[in-house]
Design a binder for this molecule. Structure first.
Ligand SMILES: [Mg+2]
Length: 227
């Protein structure tokens, strides 16, 4: 799916721009027998998101995510329960801070094309600051890629998959038809479901082909948008 198909692009933040920091979670779970390699942890995030979506749970329940994550990094079965608890206690909102290199390249490319962009994130009031600290983007001009708006669910009081969260962002994209605006996320239930309900064009970032039979578009990397 090329960027040229759209007049604007909105992005999820977690799993799209930043990941739960593998340099924190690697050593944390190595204690329980997990592989601390960064590539292993990147893969684990998407496996865990797929498990979370398959379980049909929304923002509050991260148990399927945590279990799938620790299994994916190779924590042995007898340690899974304890490691899942440890991950749940540690992976707080502020640990979603490790910038995805391909995504940074992609949004800079989109910026140079003049693509209007924004962020809509289920977050805890921290996401705009973390995205700037991690060198990803900020609302308006600044040191990193400019976004027209960065919406944090905690601050607006609505969370995906409720489609009304997108209204807060769409106010910054006046005159652009919803069907011409892509929303790129990594959750089938929250992102694809929410964007569809809002009339946007949903796209799943699915780097490991976890959803081969999907009835929506998928990207292996945001760089694909650039062709
Ligand atoms: Mg996400």
């Amino acid at each position: 799916m090329l960027a040229q198909n759209f007049d604007a692009i909105l992005f999820d933040a977690g799993g799209i721009f930043v990941l739960p920091d593998p340099t924190v979670l690697g050593p944390l779970l190595a204690y329980h027998g997990g592989d601390p390699a960064i590539s292993v942890h990147i893969r684990a995030h998407y496996a865990a998101m797929a498990a979370k979506s398959a379980a049909g749970v929304t923002e509050r329940d991260w148990q399927p995510y945590n279990e799938a994550y620790v299994r994916s990094v190779g924590v042995p079965e007898e340690e899974v329960s304890l490691a899942t608890t440890v991950l749940e206690q540690t992976r707080n909102a502020y640990t979603w801070r490790w910038p995805i290199p391909e995504s940074l390249i992609a949004i800079e490319g989109l910026r140079s094309m003049g693509m209007p962009m924004g962020v809509v994130s289920n977050a805890s009031g921290q996401i705009a600051e973390v995205l700037a600290r991690s060198g990803v983007c900020q609302q308006g001009d600044g040191a990193y890629t400019p976004m027209r708006v960065i919406i944090d669910s905690h601050l607006v009081g609505v969370a995906k998959p409720d489609p009304h969260i997108f209204d807060f962002a769409l106010a910054y994209f006046d005159g652009i038809e919803r069907s011409r605006i892509a929303y790129i996320g990594d959750s089938v239930t929250m992102d694809i479901g929410g964007a569809r309900a809002a009339g946007l064009y949903p796209i799943l970032l699915d780097p490991y082909d976890d959803w081969p039979n999907a009835d929506f578009h998928r990207l292996q990397s945001l760089e694909e948008l650039l062709g």
